[in-house]
Design a protein around this ligand. Structure first.
Ligand code: GLN
Length: 228
């Protein structure tokens, strides 16, 4: 194993990649390269084997309802490994449809309930009142973020002691039209409705890059913080 090779799992890259979400992975690869790391991005798609022990970062992008239905059938095979990875504090970024599928369920506009992995205590429902589309701005622990959202699902947390929001809305909807907050931060798991991609916001990108390097050093047993 090469000490400076960072391994990224991109879940269902071919199906879950709306509004430039793959840019998040490209930006992280660029930032990691500047710090002396090479990156390998593996598309983990339908039927593929996957073990989070082999990875330093997991990314799950957004998707349309149809693609989410397809992915949701394959996803339960990976529940155990993802559950362990997330609950051990390892870095994962999920955008929009991917974020929804990490929760308990997503009830779509056609009345279909797509079962999620149930790793995070949250659920998502379509409500006839609005589609949340447009520019967003919100304040996070790393400063202000500007992005774009486009979703019909409204996300609600079912355990507010465990789950914390990623940011407070300045403009746009975020998780739902009532709570004025965006996304989720749970340990080093980040869920977000932001496309555009999210990580064009370099404050958030740098924070995630640091989480990835920390995970990598633990995984390869390297105590140095910067690769040679
Ligand atoms: N299909 C989901 C929704 O409309 C997610 C959309 C997305 O990932 N952009 O809520």
């Amino acid at each position: 194993m090469s000490d400076n090779l960072i391994k990224i799992a991109y879940l269902y890259e071919d199906l879950m990649n709306t509004y430039g979400d793959s840019g998040d992975v490209k930006i992280l690869s660029f930032l990691l390269k500047r710090e002396g790391y090479d990156t390998q991005v593996d598309n983990i798609s339908l039927g593929d084997e996957f073990n989070t022990d082999d990875y330093d970062f997991v990314f799950f992008g957004g998707g349309q309802d149809f693609e989410q239905t397809v992915v949701a059938k394959d996803l339960p095979r990976h529940k155990e490994t993802l559950d362990k990875y997330v609950n051990s504090g390892n870095p994962m970024l999920c955008i929009c449809g991917g974020y929804q599928l990490m929760g308990d369920y997503y009830k779509t506009s056609s009345g279909v309930t797509i079962k999620g992995l149930g790793i995070l205590p949250l659920h998502t429902v379509f409500k006839a009142d609005k589609r949340m589309i447009g520019d967003t701005r919100y304040m996070t622990e790393w400063g202000e973020v500007k992005a774009f959202e486009n979703h019909s699902g409204q996300t609600y947390f079912d355990d507010t002691d465990k789950l914390h929001t990623l940011g407070d809305m300045i403009e746009g909807y975020g998780n739902n039209p009532q709570d004025h907050c965006e996304g989720l931060r749970y340990r080093n798991f980040i869920g977000s409705y932001s496309h555009g991609p999210l990580l064009k916001n370099v404050n958030v990108a740098n924070a995630i890059k640091d989480m990835i390097i920390e995970r990598h050093n633990k995984r390869v047993g390297n105590n140095d913080t910067v690769a040679e």
